[in-house]
Design a protein around this ligand. Structure first.
Ligand SMILES: [Zn+2]
Length: 315
């Protein structure tokens, strides 16, 4: 076994090699001023890519590294990704340690190009810091739409910094998107108000929905912790099953980016306690749906989740 610090050293050497090649190429081909061409944006998750697309409009060409069903907690950058990142004018990522396995790569990028952790612009007092996450804030900020709206400024400011000529366009699109998100936030509040408060219990595969619960009045329990890096144990299954059977919770949910078997195990354990809990459907948690489908956009995925949660928990 190779000691961890040596592994990191080798990884860094590899990175430097890839960077040297990548930057050599990028420098040679780039002569056009940014105001006369599209800005090359690379984003980590689909949610961040969608945000950049809304604010950048026709001025940006956005690539997302993580597609549908990809778990950002576990995602590692490939050599191809490093090349893609190196060719970018700006890299947007969630931050708050969501992209836990991309830390080295993002740190390297930060030395060379503009990198923006969009969620780290949110006022720190708004962040949840559950004790399970050992001092780190909960990174799943996109599930409180009013919080996600606060990331708009980070993206707008970065685009203006790169391309001040088109400032008015970025300002205008940022405000338009903010208005859309405000409407979405109000719509969610209206929809969930049709559920009696004792039925607002959300049990999911991992703790992605803490901000959702806080914003929209749900008690939230996840089988795995804040990150999917820690495996759910038999104890967690029993603990959740006790809770669900006792409270007679109607439905629990699977997630698009976390294996279904974990939630199936909870369902079986609940059954052995004499209560039949149904699987209410699949929520989009840390990854959006396929491009071109309604759930392939941030607004679409959030609306889909809310409709599913409210209808599954309705008696
Ligand atoms: Zn997560």
């Amino acid at each position: 076994m190779i000691p961890i610090h040596l592994k990191r050293t080798w990884f860094s050497i590899l990175l430097i090699g890839v960077f040297a090649t990548a930057f050599g190429c990028a420098k040679a081909k780039e002569t056009q001023p940014i105001a006369d061409r599209k800005i090359r944006v690379v984003a980590t998750t689909g949610m961040v890519a969608d945000l950049a697309t809304h604010i950048g409009g026709a001025r940006v060409e956005v690539k997302a590294l993580m597609g549908p069903g990809v778990d950002p907690h576990l995602y590692r950058a490939s050599a191809g990704d490093v090349q893609t990142l190196s060719d970018a004018d700006v890299v947007f990522y969630n931050g708050l340690h969501l992209e836990a396995k991309m830390g080295d790569v993002l740190e390297e990028m930060n030395q060379r190009i503009l990198t923006v952790p969009v969620a780290e612009g949110i006022s720190p007092e708004k962040l949840r810091s559950p004790k399970e996450f050992r001092g780190h804030p909960d990174p799943h900020v996109w599930f409180d739409v009013s919080m996600w709206a606060q990331t708009i400024d980070q993206v707008r400011d970065a685009l203006i910094k790169l391309d001040p000529t088109h400032r008015a366009e970025y300002d205008q699109r940022a405000e338009a998107y903010r208005a859309q998100l405000n409407t979405l936030h109000q719509d969610i509040l209206k929809k969930v108000s049709t559920l009696p408060s004792d039925q607002r219990v959300l049990v999911t595969a991992h703790d992605a929905f803490g901000y959702f619960g806080r914003a929209y009045g749900f008690e939230v329990l996840g089988l795995q912790g804040i990150s999917t890096e820690s495996e759910a144990g038999a104890k967690d299954v029993q603990r959740l099953a006790d809770f669900i059977a006792k409270r007679k919770i109607k439905a629990i949910f699977v997630e698009s980016s976390v294996p279904r078997r974990n939630v199936e195990a909870v369902k079986a354990a609940v059954k052995s306690r004499g209560w039949d809990v149904k699987i209410g459907g699949q929520l989009f948690s840390d990854a959006m749906g396929s491009p071109g489908t309604p759930e392939g956009s941030y607004i679409g995925m959030v609306s889909f989740n809310v409709t599913l949660i409210v209808s599954a928990l309705q008696r």
